[in-house]
Design a protein around this ligand. Structure first.
Ligand code: DUC
Ligand code: ZN
Ligand code: ZN
Length: 456
């Protein structure tokens, strides 16, 4: 493979920023040095540019079944979107059918991504049908390079919800095997009860999506998991936290020494519940729903102060036709939004540029920390000698506006339409191959995404 030398850029890692040249060979960063003397086949001048480690979206759902339909992006369109947003690794989820083994679910998911993905990928293992046989498979899944297991405290109607005994068993088995349990934390019985109550009175508009999934559903679920886990002490990770109280509770548990890690998503930092009362509010349906202004402010503060560990997107978009198919009825509209392409642009523009998030903290949230928590560090998540040459070259000058017609999701629209963005991603490299070069997609390097094994 050819040697590439990138000169004069400023490297932004989570721990430090510095000016240095980067020499790339055989998919790896061979050397980093200030004003390097080196032979190279190609020399790139990155003067005035910021160089980030390839970003990691720790939470995507490419082509999954939701409420009778399938999320619009598969691993092809979804990772084309990812690379345009500087995301060079996506962490997606397996789908376990009723009665299916975890190993079989992982195999099927791997087949869906193989040869289609344009960025690297890993999986978290969904555990939706749990019994003793499934528990015995956990060490084998970890041997196969998948070290995180996801439990749902909601989605009873879809047969995905685990009860408390199952959660305890899962926590113990995963702890013993060296993994992490992730939680979708909403009290599914409360959600089901409130949903049925609203439906009884024909209350089906999008507003009732929020009302049927109140803050208390998240707070109770988080409290329960933290309580149960006191008896096990398995590393746990809450996905898409949306409320002040849940973030505070998890942070207190962290301070008390529980191995607990927290994620939120851009949609919970940017949208309020009032969105559901706008025209076509049902198109913004995602679970958990959006909250109140004070929650948004708290979540930004939590990012800034290190209360949150990761920002993932929960990328799970649907076309307008899919979103509208149930005539706006909240309980039938597929839940999920686009996100993977706008993860970095939104955090940079809404966070860093608005003084709500330090630049290196942003890199921690969407590169180093997800790599560390999910067993990819230092292969991924940092610009360092010996790491994979996954790089984002970013020009901080200029401004633009998010336009769905310029995005790459197959959904064809975006909840982020019209938001102002600072700077521009110029080039993106995956293991030494340019995916995007000076804004141009490099067709010859597509379909090279690989399954990356995570290590405990
Ligand atoms: N929430 C969503 O909005 N979509 C997919 C899955 C989830 O938990
Ligand atoms: Zn979820
Ligand atoms: Zn999700």
């Amino acid at each position: 493979m050819q040697k590439i030398l990138i000169q004069n850029g400023e490297i932004i890692n989570a721990q430090k920023r510095f000016k240095a040249d980067i020499l790339i060979k055989d998919e790896k960063i061979e050397r980093i040095e200030y004003k390097m003397e080196a032979e190279a086949d190609t020399v790139i001048n990155a003067s005035g540019k910021l160089i980030f480690p390839g970003f990691i979206d720790a939470h995507t759902h490419m082509g999954i079944p939701v409420r009778g339909t399938e999320s619009a992006d598969d691993f092809d369109s979804g990772t084309i979107a990812a690379l345009h947003g500087g995301v060079t690794t996506v962490m997606d989820f397996t789908v376990q059918e009723k009665g299916e083994s975890l190993v079989s679910g992982l195999e099927r998911r791997k087949k869906k991504a193989a040869g289609k993905a344009h960025v690297d990928y890993t999986f978290h293992c969904n555990v939706t049908d749990l019994n003793d046989k499934r528990l015995l498979e956990i060490p084998e899944i970890i041997r196969q390079g998948v070290i995180s297991f996801k439990a749902f405290l909601a989605y009873k109607e879809a047969g995905m919800q685990l009860d408390d005994r199952q959660i305890l068993e899962l926590l113990r088995s995963v702890r013993d095997a060296g993994g992490t349990v992730m939680f979708h934390a909403e009290n599914g019985d409360l959600v089901e009860f409130l949903t049925d109550t609203y439906l009884k009175y024909q209350k089906t508009t999008a507003k009732y999506h929020g009302l049927s999934r109140p803050a208390e559903a998240e707070i109770e679920a988080v409290t329960r998991v933290l309580t149960l886990n006191r008896f096990v002490e398995c590393p746990i990770y809450f996905v898409h936290l949306s409320t002040t109280e849940a973030a505070q509770l998890t942070f207190m548990a962290k301070e008390n020494g529980q191995p607990v890690f927290l994620e939120t998503c851009p949609q919970y930092l940017l949208f309020e519940e009032a969105v559901y009362e706008q025209e076509n509010g049902h198109r913004f349906i995602a679970s958990p729903p959006f909250r109140k202004q004070n929650d948004l402010a708290y979540l930004w503060m939590a990012l800034n102060q290190g209360v949150m560990d990761v920002v993932g997107t929960d990328h799970c978009p649907f076309t307008i036709a899919q979103k509208d198919a149930a005539g706006g009825a909240f309980h039938l509209t597929p839940n999920g939004l686009d996100g993977v392409e706008t993860l970095f642009p939104l955090l940079y523009s809404e966070g860093v540029k608005k003084g709500r998030l330090p630049l290196r903290k942003m890199v921690s949230l969407i590169a180093e920390e997800p790599a560390r928590l999910f067993g990819l560090f230092p292969q991924k998540g940092i610009v360092m000698q010996g790491s994979d040459a996954d790089l984002v070259i970013f020009n901080p000058e200029g401004e633009s506006t998010i336009r769905a017609k310029e995005l790459h999701s197959a959904a064809g629209w975006s909840v982020y339409e019209g938001i102002q963005i600072n700077g521009e991603i110029e080039s993106v490299m995956l293991r030494g191959n340019w995916l995007l070069k000076d804004g141009e997609l490099q067709e010859e390097n597509l379909n090279k995404g690989q399954f990356i094994k995570a290590l405990i």
